[in-house]
Design a protein around this ligand. Structure first.
Ligand SMILES: Cc1cc2nc3c(=O)[nH]c(=O)nc-3n(C[C@H](O)[C@H](O)[C@H](O)COP(=O)(O)OP(=O)(O)OC[C@H]3O[C@@H](n4cnc5c(N)ncnc54)[C@H](O)[C@@H]3O)c2cc1C
Length: 550
């Protein structure tokens, strides 16, 4: 039995575990990932990738390759609509073109790529960035000590058991998280409302699309309710089935006693024709639910992805929300592990991600009810909000954000309205440098970033001096100066400040604080801002000491 020492142990190496490894790697932390399966995903599973996830992939240099892989599998900009059957009547168009009306808010686009194609890309980049991935390896037990976690891992084939000592552990072990269970953390919400299935099939269904560019096709008819997703060259795909029969008296356990013959019948009922020969490749059984964990953290263990929240696939938010968890957690763990922040920073993971993901869970539930299961309709259901509020407009309120004086505490907002309010994603604005176009988002890398408006040099000087005093890297950019051109001249307006103001952005691209003008532009101000975010306990005690000296 070997003893392995790592800064972070990630349990589960699927979409979220792999993303966590990738993002930690980008911050110079080399985690160990253990994954029960023998390799990356073999089934397509999640495919809808939001602009936010693509922005995150952009920061780690895989956006381009993900776009290329997506092109291999899907026609871009497809619609999301409802039909009685694939061959039959159209019922509703929810989104006519996946990227219509959203291109201005981000340098990145929404797209579809299945997990079977995406995960190998993430794996390769995570390894390049220093992560160690062990497949066919299970985490079988763990204990927490004052200074870390000790976990037993076992290779499934050889039976070899090792002990991993880690400072922190990320439970990315999916909806049935054994880690969450072992910690006694309950899931709260709507519970299981369907025992659903996904039927993976092959067959030349292209002609049934009748030239329509469709990404997701919801199916509602007298036999079933579910949805299709079909891959290029339109000879394979899946039908997910949520319930059967009469919507007034639906059979919500589709899984029990399901035979291959019955699955084939359901597939034909979804296609609306028996003329197309189809074969079933596989059937997956899963629970449709809309729940969030009551805690996202216990001691040194953090829940991420489906381990922390489970939602129905309506909207395609589940995996994306998990990637956002990883993005929020990675920089915090990295700064704490490097001694740049106090451990209190880690509490903000739960304070920020739990409300954001609960909102997303409820929105996915409302979409499920509206699109697939009207019989679940109730007054308690959240009103459906704009997709962009969910994908880009979730707002954080925690000690890692210093709000404006007139902060309204909104849980979400439209990304065209957030205007760099602290706690929101810093907006995309197209800039130019050396004749090349870039986004403001491309300026956010591993460090905190100070973006100053065109006359905000006082803040630039203050940030450089504060960085020296804190012995911390802060990237400083004056927009509209030093070769960084703002062609539209709208930076100040887009970031809600005057031409002498500045905005401090966290490594995850969220605004930490802003100064609307030059008042108070000093290293002292920025040292105090950074300290209250990174070392709040020390910041408070030094403030108390200063006060008592005064
Ligand atoms: C039909 C369908 C369509 C969907 N479509 C979309 C979509 O378009 N977009 C989207 O964003 N989401 C979608 N989702 C949701 C998405 O699939 C999930 O949210 C996402 O896969 C969760 O990823 P995860 O890494 O958190 O968990 P999982 O994918 O469940 O991975 C957990 C991993 O942990 C491993 N593991 C568990 N315990 C251990 C252990 N003790 N030791 C080692 N390894 C362990 C497991 O083997 C597993 O690989 C869809 C879901 C369904 C069912």
């Amino acid at each position: 039995m070997a003893e392995i020492e790592v800064p972070v142990l990630i349990v589960g190496g699927s979409l979220v575990g792999m993303s966590t490894a990738l993002l930690l790697g980008r911050h110079g932390i080399r985690p160990l990932v253990v994954e029960h399966h023998r390799g990356t995903a073999i089934h397509p599973r999640a495919a809808m990738i939001t602009q936010r996830t693509m922005e995150i992939f952009r920061t780690v240099g895989v956006e381009q390759i993900v776009m290329e892989k997506s092109d291999e599998q899907f026609v871009q900009d497809g619609a999301i609509m409802a039909v009685e059957t694939l061959a039959g009547k159209e019922l509703a168009w929810f989104i006519a073109n996946l990227n219509e009306g959203v291109r201005d808010v981000s340098p990145s686009l929404r797209l579809f790529i299945t997990q079977s194609l995406l995960e190998p890309v993430l794996k390769e980049r995570a390894e390049e960035l220093g992560a160690e991935l062990r497949f066919a390896t299970e985490m079988i037990s763990f204990a927490e000590y004052a200074d870390g976690i000790a976990a037993q891992i076992r290779h499934r084939d050889t039976g070899k058991t090792d002990t991993v000592r880690a400072k922190y552990m990320v439970a990315a072990d999916g909806a049935h998280s054994r880690i969450r269970e072992r910690l006694g953390i309950r899931m709260l919400g709507h519970g299981v409302f369907s025992k659903s299935i996904t039927i993976y099939f092959r067959g030349d269904v292209g002609p049934l699309l009748r030239g329509r560019n469709l990404s997701v096709m919801y199916v509602v008819n007298s036999t079933l309710s579910g949805f299709f997703r079909i891959e290029k060259p339109f000879t394979s795909g899946f039908l997910a089935v949520h319930w059967l029969g009469d919507p007034k008296n639906p059979v919500t356990d589709v899984s029990a006693g399901l035979t291959n013959e019955r699955a084939l019948e359901l597939l034909y009922a979804g296609l609306g024709t028996r003329e197309v020969p189809v074969t079933i490749e596989n059937v997956m059984h899963w629970d449709a639910m809309a729940d969030s964990a009551e805690r996202f953290r216990q001691g040194r263990v953090f829940l991420a992805g489906d381990a922390a929240h489970v939602m129905p696939p309506s909207g395609g938010f589940g995996g994306n929300t998990g990637v956002q968890d990883a993005h929020n957690l990675a920089w915090k763990l990295a700064m704490v592990l490097k001694g740049e922040a106090g451990p209190e920073l880690l509490s903000t993971y739960e304070h920020e991600r739990q409300p954001a993901s609960s909102f997303t869970v409820e929105q996915a539930y409302s979409r499920y009810v509206t699109r697939s299961a009207p019989y679940l309709k109730s007054d308690k259901m959240q009103a459906i909000q704009n997709d962009l509020n969910i994908e880009l407009g979730y707002c954080y309120h925690s000690s890692a954000v210093i709000p404006d004086k007139d902060e309204r505490g909104l849980p979400h907002d439209h990304p065209r309205e957030t205007k760099a309010r602290p706690g929101t994603r810093a907006p995309h604005l197209e800039l130019e440098r050396n004749g090349r176009k870039l986004s403001t988002l491309d300026l956010f890398r591993e460090n905190f970033v100070l973006l100053a408006a065109p006359q905000g040099e006082a803040w630039c000087d203050a940030a450089r001096a504060a960085a020296k005093r804190l012995k911390l890297d802060i990237d400083v950019h004056q927009i509209g100066a030093a070769g960084l051109i703002d062609p539209s001249g709208s930076f100040s307006e887009a970031y809600g400040i005057t031409p002498k103001g500045a905005v401090l952005v966290r490594p995850d691209g969220f605004v930490a604080w802003r100064a609307k003008d030059a008042a108070g532009a000093s290293a002292k101000t920025l040292v105090s801002v950074m300290s209250s975010i990174l070392t709040p306990t020390r910041a408070e005690s030094s403030l108390r000491a200063e006060k008592s000296r005064a």
